[in-house]
Ligand binder design. Sequence first.
Ligand code: MRU
Length: 377
Amino acid sequence: MRLNGKPTLTIWLNEDGKTVDIIDQTKLPHQLVVENLKTTEDAARAIKDMLVRGAPLIGATAAYGLCLALHEDASDESIIEASDYLNKQRPTAVNLRWALEVMGGHLKPLPVEQRLEAAYGKAAEIVKDDIEVNRRIGLHGLEIIRKIADKKNGEPVNILTHCNAGWLATTDWGTATSPIYHAHREGIPVHVWVDETRPRNQGAALTAYELLHENVPHTLIVDNAGGHLMQHGKVDICIVGTDRTAANGDVANKIGTYLKALAAHDNNIPFYVGLPTSTIDWTLNSGFDIPIEERSEDEVLKVWGALDDGSNAEVLITAPGVKAANPAFDVTPAKYVTGLITEYGVIEPNETAMAKLKHKQQEARANDTNNLVNEAS
Ligand code: MRU
């Protein structure tokens, strides 16, 4: 997607062919800073401190983080050690584990001397596939938005989203935002209600920033406004992302998602989740088995922003000494989810449909058509 009119990805190989460049998302929207990751430790820190965040982008960064480890040692032991180290940086998004498993599965059968080059090739493939997967999610979600638009006599479709499941959370397009970008490019009038998403304000700092740069009409709201807007007919559809979806269709996403799903359910508003199938953890039968990350209380107690003179500052918003809790994700039970928008199509999150989806995913992998870039070209 575009930043200042220029198509931009969130992660790319530096021109030195070894190190990796990312956009430091802790500085957005006030500073656009590219950070160069030189070591596996740099990649791990970027994931933990959320310079990169969002399930698919965490996975892509981990893949490149593993490449950086192989320069020193490409043995099985080194692959396992670096993978374990990267994997433990954030616990909820399963794409981290998924990307490292894809990398390890590809590399371990190869002779040690071929692994470094193969690792960079596979990491690049993970990035390219993510772009194509998200594009497909967008095309499937577009049809849902189109159907709503058909009934609105030219009035904009009002879409509520939470957190940032946009292109900044992936490599391009985003998951929840891909249908929105596709609809906007087709000329379907859309308007996005952007939840600010305390405590880290991914909605205010990232989603609103993305939409601004793509000229998509949007309005920032505080997290508590969604229910009210839904009661007053101002939301036609909710679309969010997910960090890990259990085999029964329960969805873990940024804290506060569950409350939006409850409000949507109470007001008969469709609640969709956009996700690549790599975000489904088939080993878990319930969303309540998904590990929920607890982050520092500082994220709740302090807010970072820009001052009138253009400088940036972090301020404490409580009396000194106040304690805070910071669970970063919650689980929305499948019964509140209207549909999962995946690269293979839109499904209801019930047992039969989930089983069929798993089968499709396995079939694609077996035929090696999971490399969607090749399949599409
Ligand atoms: O803590 P974050 O910012 O990494 O959380 C991100 C989300 O919750 C996203 O909705 C999710 O990762 C899906 S990204 C396509």
